[in-house]
Design a protein around this ligand. Structure first.
Ligand code: FAD
Ligand code: NAI
Length: 464
């Protein structure tokens, strides 16, 4: 094989692409990963999951220092914000982790090619002046923020999530368009740092698709924290001036327009697949009406030797879903039985408290006519949550009424993102609420709320 010939070339070095590359190398394939960014990790590591979680943690500490410590008998002077240092810490977390992937590539002998990859023909990838070839090409080019007509992003006054991770000063007022995951996470960050934040959501409630009870609790809690919500409202236009942005709003169902002014507007109305300049049209790779690359369920596109994974093929736009697909895709290429269980992929919103969702919601089960049992347990009745002083929320488990097999779980509360994981495992193993209920959980621990919710499915919770 020449230097430019590979078994597998992956275009995109995000969680889907870089994980696929490492797994491909482990399987003995000569592998290259092309990314137009200088650093690996894609959206998630560079401008997504990681910088947002770094800022969520820093802003949480700032808020705790300002308001949360006195109840514990810890009296401190009002904290001072050093935004520059906070942003620099975030950048250094990102920098260290992206270097970590570069190290993993070296360790696994994956060739990292920096530049824009174009698929010129099946088996052929052009990056700048260099031509490469491979038997298998995997498209892992991810997604980009969806645009809102009439609201022109300049990444200064009107920003996407990327700009909202790097604002040079705390805006006095901020409007977030979209009450989804990004809106609530980044809205929380800037609210905690002092901005007056209003979230404008088109639908009647925030977090569409999530369990109804969780949404109600999240709305109540986030309002109490100071986030303002305007649901059932659409933004029809934006005017930018030195003094700020003036948005025109209308009720989603139609009605009188109003205006809303803000120093900064964050547009977070979803993401769309990114396939610009990849050459897919020329070589006939099929895409659906929304631009997602179409695959056959085994990550094969309609063109032999070309596969696709991650955000670019749609479904849950989550880093861990992209990773599972990357691994399954190369295992299938290697003749192994790669598989992704889409029914057991958790989704976590990293607000405080965290919100975690898994499997079916009660609303879906009702719509599907499935007979189910529900077990709910409030963190108010959990001794660890009481000791820590973090009692908002509950665990809710849904199980099949006949077989007791776990069908879904929804948690809002302290560390929900970690607590959900044992239920993911239970679902992955085809477990029942009885299985969780009969598993010993360390005391005192918030995970005991999961055990109690499982017991509640069976009508025998102990502590409520
Ligand atoms: P991406 O990570 O988008 O990677 C694609 C890569 O391909 C990019 O680096 C891009 O530069 C490169 N590329 C594109 N075209 C070309 C080309 N022609 N040539 C070379 N390179 C190319 N998900 C979670 O699970 N948890 C979270 O907490 C979370 N937080 C998020 C926070 C924010 C603010 C955002 C925006 C997203 C967040 N996500 C989170 C979603 C997560 O980032 C994505 O689901 C994930 O990154 C998708 O991975 P991917 O590999 O499919 O694509
Ligand atoms: P989203 O799909 O989560 O939320 C978008 C929201 O905007 C929805 O509530 C939708 O109803 C609303 N909306 C759409 N059009 C609108 C309009 N014109 N006016 C007002 N509201 C409108 O998308 P978001 O927040 O942009 O995030 C994109 C993706 O990134 C998500 O799908 C998620 O998978 C991923 N992500 C994941 C995170 C996590 O796992 N913690 C964190 C951040 C992002």
């Amino acid at each position: 094989m020449t230097d430019n010939a590979f078994d597998v070339i992956i275009i995109g070095g995000g969680p889907g692409g870089y994980v696929a590359a490492i797994r491909a190398a482990q399987l003995g394939f000569k592998t290259a990963c092309v990314d137009k960014r200088d650093t690996l990790g894609g959206t998630c590591l560079n401008v997504g999951c990681i910088p947002s979680k770094a800022l969520l943690q820093s802003s949480h500490l700032f808020e705790e220092a300002g308001h949360g410590l006195a109840a514990h008998g810890v009296n401190v002077a009002a904290p001072k914000l050093d935004l520059k240092a906070m942003l620099a810490r975030k950048d250094s977390v990102v920098g260290d982790l992206t270097k970590g992937i570069a190290f993993l590539f070296k360790k696994n002998k994956v060739t990292h090619i920096v530049g824009e990859g174009v698929i010129t023909a099946p088996g052929h990838v052009q990056v700048g002046k260099d031509a490469y070839n491979a038997k298998h090409i995997i498209i892992a080019t991810g997604s980009e923020p969806a645009a809102l007509p009439g609201v022109e992003v300049d990444e200064k006054q009107i920003v996407t999530s990327t700009g909202a991770l790097d604002l040079p000063k705390v805006p006095k007022t901020m409007v977030v368009i979209g009450g989804g995951v990004i809106g609530l996470e980044l809205g929380s960050v800037w609210r905690r740092l002092g901005a007056d934040v209003t979230v404008v959501e088109f639908l009647p409630a925030i977090l569409p698709g999530m369990d109804g009870e969780v949404v109600k609790q999240a709305t109540r809690t986030l309002k109490k924290q100071g986030l303002n919500f305007k649901t059932g409202t659409k933004v029809t236009g934006a005017k930018t001036a030195k003094s700020g942005v003036t948005l025109t709003l209308e009720p989603a169902a139609g009605g009188d327009a109003e205006t809303l002014k803000a120093d900064v507007v964050l547009v977070a109305i979803g993401r769309r697949p990114f396939t610009d300049k990849l050459g897919l049209g020329d070589i006939g790779v099929a895409m659906d009406a929304r631009g997602f690359v179409t695959t056959d369920g085994h990550f094969k596109t309609n063109v032999a030797g070309i596969y696709a994974i991650g955000d670019v093929i749609g479904g849950a736009m989550l880093a861990h879903k992209a990773e599972e697909e990357g691994i399954a895709c190369v295992e299938l290429i290697a003749g192994q039985a790669g598989h992704v269980n889409y029914g057991a992929i958790p989704g976590v919103v990293y607000t405080h408290p965290e919100i975690a969702a898994l499997g079916k919601t009660e609303e879906t089960l009702k719509a599907e006519g499935v007979a189910y049992s529900v077990g709910k347990f409030p963190f108010m009745a959990n001794s660890r949550a009481r000791a820590v002083g973090d009692t908002e929320g509950f665990v809710k488990i849904l199980a099949d009424a006949k077989t007791d097999r776990v069908l879904g779980a929804h948690i809002i509360g302290p560390g929900a993102g970690e607590l959900i994981q044992e239920i993911v495992l239970a679902m992955e193993f085809g477990g029942s609420s009885e299985d969780i209920a009969r598993t010993s959980h360390a005391h005192p621990g918030t995970a005991e709320a999961v055990k109690e919710a499982a017991l509640a499915c069976l009508g025998r919770a102990i502590h409520v």
